[in-house]
Design a protein around this ligand. Structure first.
Ligand code: R5P
Length: 317
């Protein structure tokens, strides 16, 4: 593969070996031999077992559950590569944990996303590649080049194959997600509805107002993260109560903590489609209404373009 920054090499932490392997297969570039293991007291230890001197390194690691362990693995991996004289290190973080802590939510609270950005930079990363950041502005938390990829081309391809677009309605499950949902709606030329969650009076439960006529429509909810599943399940209920025919969801990052998979399985959602930015658990793999799309080729293409100093944004034209 052509690279202007030395030979390209991929290396992975333990968070998502399946995705790292698929990216490596797509690039026809075997993963660099490395061990990422724990001492008895759970300290992380990394040993890169091949020469990487002068190489253009791509360290693949989502900072997903357990977020702190996976973050620490990434930092130590970057440190090991830097001390081994890699020419350039790109932290490839398909799911960037801590992204939801992107502003002070009250007095004396942290901006943890900025702290994590500082840690990755200080560890020695020269660039960052990530996908569907919770808030695009997090790119600005890094003072090194940061590519924020989008899963939308992968999702749009799937949506086009599966649905009659003339009956589709793209839905943002909250006001905060409108820009993301509108972007996808534009790509498939579909109308957009918005769910406006409102608590009319303190102590009263939230009311879900659907802005847009969803009657008889197949609704596709678009969001960046599904965590507890509460947002999705409530949104699906509100859409069906407003006359939607059925409800699907396309979500970039399947965090799916605690009993989320059971909640989704028991819900009225026809199907939840996530990507493999976070390695799917067994519960996800066997869930009746959860499907996983791979972003391996998307990330692989972005790595190839970065290595060749070509445009990454043109992947999304
Ligand atoms: C919120 O701003 C995010 O975009 C998601 O809507 C949220 O993280 C989903 O969380 P949960 O699945 O726990 O409702």
């Amino acid at each position: 593969m052509s690279a202007k920054n030395g030979a390209i090499k991929l290396v992975a932490g333990n968070s998502n070996p399946a995705l790292a392997g698929a990216i490596a297969a797509w690039l026809q570039q075997p993963l660099t031999k490395a061990v990422v293991r724990r001492f008895a007291d759970m300290e992380v230890f990394v040993e890169v077992q091949e020469n990487v001197r002068g190489c253009d390194m791509y360290a693949i690691q989502s900072t997903s559950y357990p977020a702190n362990d996976h973050l620490m693995e990434l930092l130590i991996l970057i440190d090991a590569l830097r001390r081994a004289s890699a020419r350039r290190i790109t932290a490839v973080v398909p799911y960037f944990g801590y992204a939801r802590q992107d502003r002070k939510v009250g007095p004396r609270t942290p901006i943890s996303a900025k702290l994590v950005a500082n840690l990755i930079t200080q560890a020695g990363a020269d660039r960052v590649m990530t996908m569907d950041l919770h808030a695009g502005q997090i790119q600005g938390f890094f003072d090194i080049p940061t590519d924020n990829l989008y899963a939308s081309p992968v999702m749009v391809r799937d949506i086009r194959e599966r649905f009659d677009l003339s009956t589709l309605m793209v839905v943002s499950p909250d006001v905060g997600g409108v820009v993301r949902a509108r972007g996808l709606a534009k790509r498939i030329n579909a109308p957009l509805a918005i769910i406006d969650k409102r608590r009319e009076r303190p102590g009263e439960s939230e009311v879900m107002n659907v802005i847009g006529d969803v009657t008889g429509r197949t609704c596709v909810l678009i969001d960046d993260i599904v965590d507890s599943g509460g947002t999705l399940v409530n949104a699906a209920d509100a859409l069906l109560a407003n006359g939607a025919k059925d409800v699907y969801a396309y979500i970039s990052h399947g965090v799916l903590s605690g009993g989320a998979v059971a909640r989704i399985t028991a819900s009225k959602l026809k199907e939840l489609v996530i990507t493999d930015s976070i390695q799917p658990t067994e519960a996800i793999r066997v869930a009746r209404n959860v499907r996983v799309l791979s972003i391996a080729t998307l990330i692989g293409d972005a790595i190839a373009r970065t290595a060749a100093e070509e445009s990454v944004s043109s992947l999304f034209d």
